[in-house]
Design a protein around this ligand. Sequence first.
Ligand SMILES: Nc1ncnc2c1ncn2[C@@H]1O[C@H](COP(=O)(O)OP(=O)(O)OP(=O)(O)O)[C@@H](O)[C@H]1O
Length: 593
Amino acid sequence: MSRKDSGEKKARLDKGSIKKLRGVFRFMMPYKGIFTLGLICLFFSSTILLALPKLIGTLMDTAQGIVTIPWLPDLTSVGFALIAVLFLQSLFSFARVYLFAKVNENAIADLRGALYQKFMSLPMSFYDRNRSGELFSRITSDVSVLQDTFSTTLAELFRQLATLVFGVVILFMENPKLTFFMMLTFPVLIIFAIIFGKFIRKLSKGTQDALAKANVIVEETIQSIGTVKTFANEDFEVNRYNSNLSGVVNIALKAATYKGTFISFIIFVLMGGIIGVLWYGTYMVSQGEITIGDLTSFVLYTMFIGGSIGGLGDIYGNLQKAVGATDRVEEILAAESEHEIDKENIPRLEGNITFKDVRFSYPTRKEIEVLKGVNLHISKGEKVALVGKSGGGKSTMAHLLQRFYEIEGGDLLIDDKSAKDYNLIGFRKHVGVVPQEVLLFGGSIEENIRYGNPEATKEMIIEAAKKANALEFINSFPEGFETLVGERGVKLSGGQRQRIAIARAILKDPAILILDEATSALDIESEKLVQDALETLMEGRTSLIIAHRLSTIRNAHKIAVLDNGVISEIGKHDELMEKEDGAYNKLIQLQEF
Ligand SMILES: Nc1ncnc2c1ncn2[C@@H]1O[C@H](COP(=O)(O)OP(=O)(O)OP(=O)(O)O)[C@@H](O)[C@H]1O
């Protein structure tokens, strides 16, 4: 389903959207037994409460010596009956609140779990298309809206409907004439609610959208606070956020104007209805048609019913919000995963790689073909340096080797079998990456290294750190392996982060390695430590190195030049340098790799 479709459907609570809401209800299905029990308690708590107006009316009449209920002949017995009703309804209320919470909390946790699992399994192209701030809000605010729906809105809907239906039935049985008179106000209320409801919903959706946009600014700038500060753009961002916020305020105030008018009109009509009932009722009392007690219970019932009608408006609005949230949540749940959940272990690969006439353009930028027929063979254990102009598609080849995207033309063969024929998760276990810019998770050094193999023992981690030339600096920290690396690893230096990434890759022990060499040079000492660690890591593996340093290029078994979407030259440094107007020669002359 496209985003446009989902946007259009959000405006109405029609058949389609109710069907979608039902879709999310499937998360409640495992708990339907408890839910039904909760519904029964809800039914009893609301209907028992309807005995109150009748008993209060009886109290009034008993005080005047009129006995309406034979088994409640005096004030004391009516008083006890009132307390009993309150007590019973409290019991049922407690039970329904608890039971609904049980269903709700479990169902929402399941939904959050399912969403997160989906996020993890969605392909890179999905993340190219969506902003992380927006995705984050699905699992936070949209799910919260659904949580409210499951816990409060639904219960309120059933409660108000029960009160409304039973209240009106009781009133008709007690006093048809007065009930008919009271119900004259209904059509006015309903028509008004429909017209205004539509405006209000549209505007509150506008407010939500505007707020979401403003939240994206906060999320993105906090994530990249360093960039904001480098460019001294604090004021620019503050102004951008503030101007978005004033947009939010404007729309919200417009919505408030409609809401205010709506609410005051509803109060006016409801109160007007009650005054009308009192006026006509007192006339009936004066004619001896009904007692004061009858009138009292009638007015109380009218208030109950009025309250329910007023409440239904809010419930409708909340359901509307829930439909919007459902739409957005369902859109994610329905998106196509890049792989099946089941994974398959693949025996160790040899590591022969063949790019065979590979053509590729990014799904979000179809018009630009990045790779136009790449041919490259890397035999097992070989080190190949990939060079080419910036933006030429080197990282793209690395992405394809990790199967982040589907190849459009040609094929990528791993050990003579098409890469796409391997189980995806199983396949990726055999590919290791040391990226240019290492981002660590916020935990400890040990946790970050263990990410390469969650089952590794402490000894294996220490061994990997040692091979990665990281043990010395780790031990120099007072907390050693327990040292927290800070968000994204900011508390470590670039060279240290790289060695952690190397240790992680050693622990993963892949057959195929992708190294994206850092463009920014480290100081000579840490450069050597990193370089040595990389050499150790590459031993016995097939390596594709996106190279930026002449020393790396010279050490490679062969150099592949990516030029204009194809591999234009392959060979050793000296061989390639011999071609005077060759692409490699130019790259070296201009130091453009
Ligand atoms: N996720 C993406 N979606 C759309 N286009 C992309 C994406 N990633 C890269 N590109 C585009 O694909 C082309 C190749 O990019 P790539 O990152 O592979 O180049 P590169 O050779 O690795 O460059 P560099 O040496 O600067 O890292 C560029 O034009 C880039 O704009």
